[in-house]
Ligand binder design. Structure first.
Ligand SMILES: Cc1cc2nc3c(=O)[nH]c(=O)nc-3n(C[C@H](O)[C@H](O)[C@H](O)COP(=O)(O)O)c2cc1C
Length: 192
């Protein structure tokens, strides 16, 4: 038996962050389909609704006092720990005004604080993770360019890999299940 037979890779851990403002909307439905059909074998998945973990307003303390942030508590702590545990971070984010819904944007704003919590090493511990986006919009595809750009540039800034954006079309919940192109893309999305 060769040494290689003992070599097993740690399972990927996908964190799905649902940023939508209604339960079971099109975006979650599309993300669920992609997870069911294209997650790597053995991958773990955790789903969190940002609405269930409301964050306090972000305060810009970068240039106040020593510029450091306190240890996060409460919902912020839950989201921080879930983020640190993930190898793959999936923004399940309906398109709102061409970009991310407010809870997703607020969560990202808090990264600025997490980067400055003494001893946390947020950047080093998240570098190498893969960032993905799943979105559904009612209008034309190009309207999601700002959302795609926000996530892709965030990944670049953080030293993360950009996995890409899965895009669907719909308005009323369930509409996206009639978007053939999105259904086909979902089948292989996380395998790409
Ligand atoms: C606050 C808000 C803003 C929206 N802004 C846009 C937009 O900029 N472009 C667009 O095509 N659709 C827009 N929509 C439509 C949603 O993207 C679409 O209905 C989508 O299905 C919502 O996702 P969900 O079904 O997962 O809740 C908006 C909807 C809401 C509620």
């Amino acid at each position: 038996m060769s040494d290689q037979s003992f070599h097993t890779e740690a399972p990927r851990r996908f964190l799905f962050l649902d940023a939508g403002a209604r339960p079971d909307g099109n975006t979650v439905q599309l993300a669920r389909l992609a997870a069911e059909s294209s997650l790597p074998v053995g991958a773990e998945q955790r789903w969190l609704r940002l609405a269930d973990h409301p964050l306090p307003p972000f305060q810009d303390l970068r240039h106040a006092g020593g510029g450091s942030y306190p240890e996060p508590e409460g919902h912020e702590r839950t989201l921080l720990e879930a983020t640190l545990a993930a190898t793959d971070l999936v923004f399940v984010a309906p398109l709102y005004w061409y970009t991310l819904p407010t809870p997703a944007k607020l969560y990202l704003d808090h990264w600025v604080g997490w980067l400055r919590v003494p001893g946390l090493d947020f950047r080093a511990r998240t570098a190498g993770a893969t960032l993905w986006g799943v979105t559904v919009l009612a209008g034309r595809d190009g309207a999601a360019d700002p959302l795609a750009g926000t996530l892709r540039l965030t990944a670049e800034y953080m030293g993360m890999r950009w996995g890409g954006l899965l895009l669907g079309n719909g308005s009323r919940p369930g509409d996206v299940l009639h978007d053939e192109r999105a259904l086909v893309a979902a089948k292989s999305f996380f395998a790409g």
